[in-house]
Unconditional design. Structure first.
Length: 135
């Protein structure tokens, strides 16, 4: 199973975990968040992320999802990337996270593909011409 680490500006990561827990009616396993504060030392962030990756990795790899490309959380992941094993994508959204969780029993490449598709397909214009199906 692919582990998922949310490395975001505080308090986004935990908020996304709370939302996913609500949707799935329980906290998904092998999912953690590190919420980076404005004054937090980047060496500490990298250390915390490295430790979390070790905890989350059961052999299937770890997907690190950050909030914005070029932000401190994202920049802290650059030294942690291991292609095919520890991968990073930026621009978290709830549809992205839900897709990643749903497909995490597949390979890390499939999880990335599905997460990115969730992000792209999850951003739509909603107006009175759109018919929403009841849930």
């Amino acid at each position: 199973m692919v582990g998922i680490l949310l490395l975001t500006h505080a308090p986004l990561g935990q908020a996304f975990i709370d939302a996913a827990t609500h949707v799935f009616r329980g906290r998904p396993e092998r999912l953690e968040a590190i919420d980076v504060s404005a004054d937090q030392d980047t060496a500490e962030v990298r250390r915390l992320a490295s430790e979390a990756i070790e905890r989350l990795d059961d052999g299937g790899g770890v997907l690190v999802i950050t909030d914005v490309m070029g932000g401190t959380p994202c920049n802290c992941t650059l030294q942690l990337c291991q292609p095919g094993h520890v991968e990073v994508i930026a621009g978290i959204s709830l549809p992205m996270l839900l897709r990643a969780i749903t497909y995490r029993n597949d390979t890390i490449d499939v999880v990335i593909e599905m997460a990115l598709a969730g992000a792209q397909n999850g951003a739509v214009r909603v107006d009175n011409r759109v018919r929403l199906s009841p849930t």
